[in-house]
Design a protein around this ligand. Sequence first.
Ligand code: BGC
Length: 255
Amino acid sequence: MRLEGKAALVTGSSSGIGEAIALRFAREGADVAVHYHSEEEEGRSVAAQIEQMGRRSVALGANVGVAAEAEGLVRDAHAALGRLDILVNNAGVEIREPFVDVSEQHFDLVLGVNLKGAFFAAQAAAKLMIAAGGGGRIINVSSIHEDVAFLNYATYTTSKGGMRMFTRTVCQELAPHGITVNDIAPGAIATPINKRTLGDGELLHALQAVIPAGRLGEPDEVASVAVFLASDEAGYVTGSTYYIDGGMSRWNKGL
Ligand code: BGC
């Protein structure tokens, strides 16, 4: 087991990639705090599965788009598990709409959850990790769209581009404390965020056509990279982005 004796908080872990990461961390020996926003029942069920594996868990509700709630979530996870070695900023939302239609409300929602929430959760976690003196891991679940354009998703790409530079800057400040900060950049993964595409044969086919691997990824294929970054083996890896996208970000028609 690669995470024995560690405690982790995974935001947005009531479903999708976050759920897969929380369960894999537990299987690797970690105690894991599960976070949910609207899906309380699902969050509790993930926490129950973790406890069934013999690990400690807790399901915590919060709107990470509010800085005080993101910070409170980190402190509550730390209090419940007695320590905090790993933070995974996974909670994320996206809204598909043309740039000219974006309202301040939508901008604040997407930037709030995806960027502000990750920023202040990381800050709260870093303070606790520095005080504990044992180093730590901050893993941001970004997207290939921290780098690759995404038509009609200006708020989402703005948030993920911000996450990329936040990671690159903060890694410098936290490295002296033995805390690493890295991004995971998934491409198209079969999770609820892609339900519109998954439910439409034509759209799904069009998406598969721009993925060199010819298929969507599975949440567990993202979780395996998160386990590596969270483990002691990755102690010298910081400020990096790991693409997990079946080659999607490198796709080109070759015309
Ligand atoms: C988005 C998905 C999208 C994928 C590939 C992800 O970040 O959440 O909606 O299918 O990128 O474009």
